[in-house]
Design a protein around this ligand. Structure first.
Ligand SMILES: *Cc1c(COP(=O)(O)O)cnc(C)c1O
Length: 367
């Protein structure tokens, strides 16, 4: 059996260093807002080319606080992708604003700038591009559209830590970029975590307040805030893993290259890599009109797969937009066709060849 993802391999390899990091934090018994968190914030801001990093409880809270920090309020509209994880849309609603879903580019499955432009109204306060599967959205076009109209850009970079666009890190684009350290992400905690990256001093300060009861000084509460800090244990674990991230992302790119060579010529759509985005392959997601049968065939051959995502956001019961499938045809088709193959740094070359051969076999049984 080849799993779609196996985190035990990573933790077995790093076990001694992770235990050392945990024992360092236990010895200090400083668990919240301490030196590990501050060091991680600085290290990730540097890697992603932002001026500030602010650690929070999750990628979801990173999005929520970044949106609030640029002034998203009830009555506002915020544009985001119809094809993403729920948090890209739900955090907009949690601000009291209205998520305005926009269809995606048929190649990259990230926000289509031309459709974004059409969706802008006088109420539009922000745009939330999603760097889906590890590929940065068309940030040059999107930031140009936004800045011409005084609209903020908050990137959902949960899947794209270490990716670049036009040679610059995800933290260098827009007003803020939001990371998730959910365990399966390219940089995953041993629990939950997230971070807001920004070049804006005012946004950084506002997020620092929002994550800690609206407070910057003890017992002085400037506004309504949350209790959402990244704890020291997670920060210490993440610092161990961060040292491997460039190598891991390079391995993901190498695995993707291997899949491309081995799957070439099959009746299957391979992921589109579009410069100047440099993909970090959080997922290697192929497309097939016979997706469900292909997934079953691969399962029978001992290969795990996953679907990111089976339902477009506007069709979720949470948002229940009428005629959603017809209104977002590119996203709706992607939701029927996408299938993510095993792609994680510890996957061996032999396993990769086995997966590719299984895809070939499963497809041949379909036709
Ligand atoms: C993982 C993810 C999030 C949410 O992150 P959490 O840390 O799980 O809250 C948001 N957006 C996208 C695209 C994600 O993949």
């Amino acid at each position: 059996m080849i799993p779609q993802i196996d985190l035990t391999r990573q933790h077995a390899a790093l076990r001694a260093e992770l235990l050392e990091a945990a024992s360092r934090v236990l010895a200090s018994s400083w668990f919240i807002l301490g030196p590990e968190g501050r060091a991680l914030e600085a290290e990730l801001a540097a890697l992603c080319e932002a001026s500030h990093g602010i650690g929070v409880n999750s990628g979801t809270d990173a999005l929520l606080f970044a949106l609030k920090a640029v002034g998203v309020r009830p009555g506002d509209e915020v544009i985001t992708s119809a094809f993403s994880f729920v948090a890209s849309g739900s955090t907009i609603a949690l601000c009291g604003a209205r998520p305005v879903f926009v269809d995606v580019d048929p190649g990259t499955l990230t926000l289509d700038p031309a459709l974004v432009e059409k969706a802008i109204t006088p109420r539009t306060r922000a745009i939330v591009p999603v760097h889906l599967y590890g590929q940065v959205a068309a940030m040059d076009a999107l930031t140009a559209i936004a800045s011409a109209r005084g609209i903020a850009v908050i990137a959902d970079a949960a899947q794209a830590v270490g990716a670049t666009y036009d040679g610059r890190g995800v933290g260098a684009w827009g007003d803020a970029a939001c990371l998730s350290f959910y365990p399966t992400k390219n940089l995953g905690a041993c629990g939950d975590g997230g971070m807001v990256l920004t070049a804006r001093e005012d946004v950084a300060e506002r997020v620092r307040r929002l994550r800690d009861h609206g407070s910057l000084r003890k017992y002085e509460h400037l506004e309504l805030g949350h209790s959402s800090r990244l704890d020291e244990l997670q920060a210490a674990f993440l610092r161990v893993k961060l040292r491997r991230l460039p190598e891991w992302n390079a391995t993901r790119r190498r695995l993707a290259g291997g899949y491309r060579a081995l799957l070439d010529g099959l009746p299957l759509t391979l992921p589109v890599e579009r410069p100047p985005a440099r993909h970090v392959y959080h997922q290697f997601t192929v497309r097939s009109a016979q997706r469900d049968a292909l997934a079953r065939g691969l399962a029978d051959l001992g290969v795990g797969t996953a679907i990111h995502y089976p339902t477009i956001l506007p069709a979720q019961p949470l948002f229940r937009e009428p005629e959603a499938e017809a209104a977002f045809p590119v996203a709706a088709r992607a939701a029927r066709e996408v299938l993510s193959l095993p792609c994680f740094p510890e996957l061996t070359d032999e396993e990769l060849r086995t997966v590719a051969a299984a895809v070939r076999t499963a497809l041949s049984r379909l036709s």
